[in-house]
Design a protein around this ligand. Sequence first.
Ligand code: G3P
Length: 455
Amino acid sequence: MDRYDVAVIGAGVVGCAVARRFALRGARVLVLEKGADILSGASKANSAILHTGFDAPEGSLELECIQRGHAEYLALRAEMNLPLLETGAIVVAWSEEEEARLGALERQARANGVDDVRILPAAEIRRLEPQLSTRARAGLHVPREHVIDPWSPFLAYATQVVAQGGRMVFDAEVTAGAFDGEGWTLDTAQGRFQAAAVVNCAGLFGDVVDQRLLGRASFEIRPRKGQFAVFDKAASALLTAIILPVPTERSKGVVLCRTIFGNVLVGPTAEEQADRTRATVTEPELRALVARAAEIVPALAGMPVTAAYAGLRPATEEKHYRIHQDTARRWITVGGIRSTGMTAALGIAQHVEALFASGPAATAAPAAPRMPNLADHLPRDWQRPGYDEIVCHCEMVTKREIEAALAGPMPPGDFGGLKRRTRCAMGRCQGFNCLGRLTEITAGRLPHPLPGHPL
Ligand SMILES: O=P(O)(O)OC[C@H](O)CO
């Protein structure tokens, strides 16, 4: 049986970033993912904002990881060709009470090292965002909050793991494990594996995995659902910045922003629920979100909504990140990584690496890997010769792009993974026109085929 230096449980945003960091140190890395693809749990749905940490708790590990993650992301993106919308954000006060809180928020931002923020009077908000409701009383401008692609960076990190000789195993729920004084033996739905150390990045199941393997969990996951509605691309002409509400202790609140792919997003809701897997969209909440968007930008009234989705945050009984180390058993738990986790992932990976540096460290550093070009949108593939056919006309996805994803070093495990790698079926018709052709092209080539289509 192969023995790995580090086993990472969970291939969400945090698991991919942590695995990458160990792989780049030359460690033999194993990633065990319960789902069919990367980002198939809590990481599947988010608002795709690269946060600055302006409103994070002062002096917290969360703030440190957000700011390290933000910086490393900006340093990596050119090399990995990852897209970035440098929108900035405006925290808008809609009431007298919210306006009164802006000063404290500005002081918190400066205390957190985000010193390029400034209070905007109503007239200046109108100048920057002419379509915003005239009910906006004042705002806080946060220039370095940006919009990113919530998918391709993490696919890039996972690809880097594989390029360094790491192994990603999907459909591999960890069902049991034992520590023998030297390392771990892990039983999974895909067989037995051994690793000298374990990092639990199991997201919505972080406490379950700790309980199952360590015999105790120091926190309890309390899933919090977030629903989003996506407006047609025509809406993107109506705003520039990310429009945030004045945050509360529990949530950053409902955000209105452009997406990296040219739509406009409104969400998330914050709904407590017991179920850790069911993330359903519900009509009353979506209607409320769409109505809220039209209150913020009145011209959104009547704009078509082309998609809706929901995800679950791995919230716990406390707000802060729950990162714990069991040095004796060579185990680190990265739990309770709330919605700032997408920004913080690279920073969390740095933190976890530092924790292990005094423990079971990895071996020699490898040469820098050459990354695949995962986010090259200009020119698009259909603008180059030899693309074969355009399969998805809404998002102009070619057969060549779909073939490349299927044959790539990190191929999709299911149809959702193919959609996220290529944008096929993600446009205005949501697959109505291309699903038949996609079924033909992918027949027998996805570990989890399209519903209703046999392997
Ligand atoms: O409601 P929160 O605090 O989980 O934040 C949600 C935001 O969309 C984070 O980007």
